[in-house]
Design a protein around this ligand. Sequence first.
Ligand code: NI
Length: 228
Amino acid sequence: MLVHIPNVLTAEELAHCRRALQASPWVDGRLTAGDQAAKSKNNLQIPVDSDESRELGEIVLNALARNPTFNSAVLPLRVLPPMFNRYDVGMTFGAHVDNAIRTVPGTGGMRMRADISSTLFLTDPQDYDGGELVVEDTYGMQSVKLPAGDMVVYPSSSLHRVEPITRGSRWGSFFWSQSMVKDDGLRAMLYDLDIAIIETRRQLDDDNPAVLGLVNHYHNLLRRWAEL
Ligand code: NI
């Protein structure tokens, strides 16, 4: 399931992130890639242990915490600190799959499973050419290029790539989440049910037996499927 989440960052947060990234040092992006992925990766990142990375990562994490769509679609248990990358002209990231297991920085080696990959766009599409995120979904190839401040989430198990940049520079934040529901199909059913409940609650009172029954069913499925 691939979900587009609009307006994750406010205009002020976006402007702040762009200003801070402008002043940041950038290093080779291969440092955080797995062995196969590193061979096809050609981009720049800000160092994960830098002050900028920590400060901007906090902004992104706070934005996620207040976003109902992210929480419904991802059902996050853990979120790896967000990282920041850029692709200048000629840079690209060929087809790869993200590592299944990640070490959480600053925890003395605690590991988490990467169930869901997120890309938060920090450059408006009119400011660069190329740079589409292409994800092989169960319904075929999906090409994603979103307004600055918008985000896409997709299963970390899917093969994906970033097309070469032919003009401008594409900046973004990316990170992985471990979901309470690791199976993408089950998680998608919970997301669909949540959307149906939201629509039902628009049309019926909260004490309507149909609303109560659906909400009850949602929580009982979550209780059955969630692993903490
Ligand atoms: Ni990737």
